[in-house]
Design a protein around this ligand. Structure first.
Ligand code: COA
Length: 457
């Protein structure tokens, strides 16, 4: 079976067998089954465990072949030495794809067993995800087959991760940060299906707007680059690459059995394939947030609208550092903007509405800039004041912007109400951050990708 077809079964199976569905809460096989049920998967779910008759209220089967009904996806959560016979049983039962959670394969030198698992599966027409993974999540099919947190937020970022523990931790982090995901795939040792296969799949997948990948090493560099190049013309790919230091390379090799490769080689290869390289986890997700919005690219001419001079200056510095051109508004535009500020405001760029700025002032200034041909993108800054309600400001900013409009990024600084306002904006598809640099940096990533895509440099 082709990788693409297998991944379709993996992401939207009609039926799932959980092999090693433990009766004991806290065991991985139990928690995966629980997540599948509680996240609301609509297809058939079959726990498999020869020592149980029922797990979490579902009838339990002694083996996959004893289910007697078609199984698209088998999640395998049993000790390494028991995996191969189960793979044979899955092949016999015409399972399409198996996600092998189990550790103890190539990453600890047990390469022969790993190769045998893949060979048996491939010869029988089945594909393997893993081993050494925490599972798979797909928003479109209400599938959370992971032992990570349950309440993953739905969105349009597909997250591919070679590190399991980091992936699980980031699942929790995306929930607190209100970041919506279309999919999460833990690829672990990628003994069969690998990053390139998933990049190709997410390029096709309509519910994904941006692909974020945590990568330690690539097995087939050429194939990765081809898949990345073809995809990044269409959708941005953000890479977090680790294992670039000497010690990091050694650690990567014992973590997932990967050859990490030199930083320069990866940098050059990523750049050539249009992959954006993020330096930190939060930067990667900041950018992903920007790309998951529905803005169109119109050009680079940018204005800053602010209620605080200081943050305006900070954002101006960041724009210069990141080569974002700040325009000098024409007299016509300046005159229009004067209506939304007191006489001591500034119509230069940054456009300073002053600390007196009301929701209506923000709305007026944003709408004016959105409808001006001089402006291609807007950075909106807000400092919490006692005379404004941050959430109302956020709602007003969001309602001033239409889908498919010019890009608008926001940075809001303040207390707990401001955090709610940031959440509100993100929820409504306006990328919002808690400091100006992040907003500017994310807009810069958006420009960089569009520059690359439109080959204008
Ligand atoms: N078919 C079906 N069920 C089987 C089985 C088989 N062939 N062999 C064992 N089981 C059942 C067991 O009876 C047990 O159920 P019970 O708890 O109700 O008795 C369940 O499967 C689990 O087996 P157990 O031997 O208790 O294993 P475990 O839960 O301690 O560990 C793994 C299994 C897969 C979790 C463990 O081997 C492992 O690899 N852990 C690391 C996983 C990991 O970190 N992955 C990477 C993430 S980043």
């Amino acid at each position: 079976m082709s990788a693409f077809k297998a991944i379709r079964y993996l992401m939207s199976p009609s039926s799932i067998a959980v092999v090693g569905a433990s009766r004991t809460p806290g065991k991985i096989g139990h928690e995966i089954l629980k997540n599948i049920i509680e996240y609301g998967f609509k297809g058939q779910v079959y726990p498999v465990n020869p020592r149980a008759t029922e797990v979490l209220g579902l009838k339990c089967y002694p083996s996959v072949s004893s289910i007697g009904k078609p199984v698209d996806l088998a999640i395998i959560v049993i000790p390494a030495q028991a995996v191969l016979p189960v793979i044979r049983d899955c092949v016999k039962s015409k399972v399409k794809v198996a996600a092998v959670i189990t550790s103890g394969f190539g990453e600890v030198g047990n390469k022969q067993l790993e190769a045998e698992v893949v060979k048996t599966a491939r010869e029988g027409g089945m594909r393997i995800l893993g081993p050494n993974i925490f599972g798979v999540y797909c928003a479109a099919s209400d599938l959370n087959a992971t032992f990570g947190p349950k309440d993953v937020l739905k969105g349009s970022i597909a997250f591919i991760t070679q590190s399991g523990a980091l992936g699980i931790a980031l699942m929790g982090w995306t929930i607190t940060e209100k970041i919506g995901l279309s999919a999460i795939v833990s690829i672990g040792n990628k003994a069969d299906l690998d990053d390139a296969d998933f990049i190709e799949y997410f390029n096709w997948d309509n519910s994904t707007r941006v692909i974020l990948i945590y990568i330690e090493g690539v097995r087939d560099g050429r194939r990765f680059m081809e898949a990345a190049l073809e995809t990044s013309i269409n959708k941005p790919i953000i890479a977090l690459k680790s294992g670039v230091s000497k010690r990091g390379m050694v650690a990567a090799s014992s973590h997932t059995g990967s050859l990490a490769g030199s930083a320069q080689v990866y940098k050059a290869a990523f750049k050539q394939s249009g992959v954006l390289i993020a330096s930190t986890v939060s930067q990667a997700f900041d950018w992903a947030r920007m790309f998951s919005s529905n803005f169109k690219f119109y050009g680079y001419n940018t204005v800053i609208i602010t209620n605080g001079g200081g943050v305006g200056v900070m954002a101006s510095d960041a724009c210069e550092k990141l080569s974002i051109p700040l325009i000098d508004p024409s007299e016509e535009l300046k005159n229009k903007l004067r209506r939304f500020m007191p006489p001591f405001g500034s119509v230069k760029n940054p456009i300073d509405l002053t600390g007196m700025a009301s929701e209506e002032d923000y709305k007026g200034a944003i709408s004016t800039c959105l409808s001006s041909e001089e402006v291609n993108a807007i950075i909106v800054l807000y400092c919490e004041t006692a005379v404004t309600n941050p959430v109302m400001i956020a709602k007003t900013i969001a309602s001033s912007i239409k889908a498919q409009d010019k890009p608008v990024v926001a940075s809001l600084i303040g207390g707990s109400k401001t955090q709610l306002a940031i959440n509100e904006l993100n929820y409504r598809g306006v990328p919002a951050y808690n400091e100006p640099y992040k907003a500017v940096d994310s807009l810069s990533a958006f420009f960089k990708w569009n520059k690359w895509r439109t080959k204008s440099y």
